[in-house]
Ligand binder design. Structure first.
Ligand SMILES: [Zn+2]
Length: 69
């Protein structure tokens, strides 16, 4: 995995292709090695949840499974 590509997804304000926005890193270790949890927000329904830094880019909203039409 490209570190460069991964790093971009952990920047505050990053939005992935499923309309999920990164609101910033939480003070909590993620479940993947060397990762942290990040606060995510669904821009479709406003639902907030946390995600591992390693899979922010592919996250979908657990509430509405939101994606761009
Ligand atoms: Zn949603």
């Amino acid at each position: 995995m490209s570190i460069k590509k991964q790093a971009r997804t952990t920047i505050v304000g990053y939005e992935n292709l499923n309309n999920q926005k990164n609101l910033g890193r939480l003070n909590e270790k993620g479940t993947d090695y060397g990762q942290w949890f990040y606060q995510m927000e669904c821009l479709s329904c406003g639902f907030k949840y946390k995600a591992n830094g390693s899979d922010i880019f592919q996250r979908k909203c657990p509430n509405c499974q939101g994606g761009r039409p």
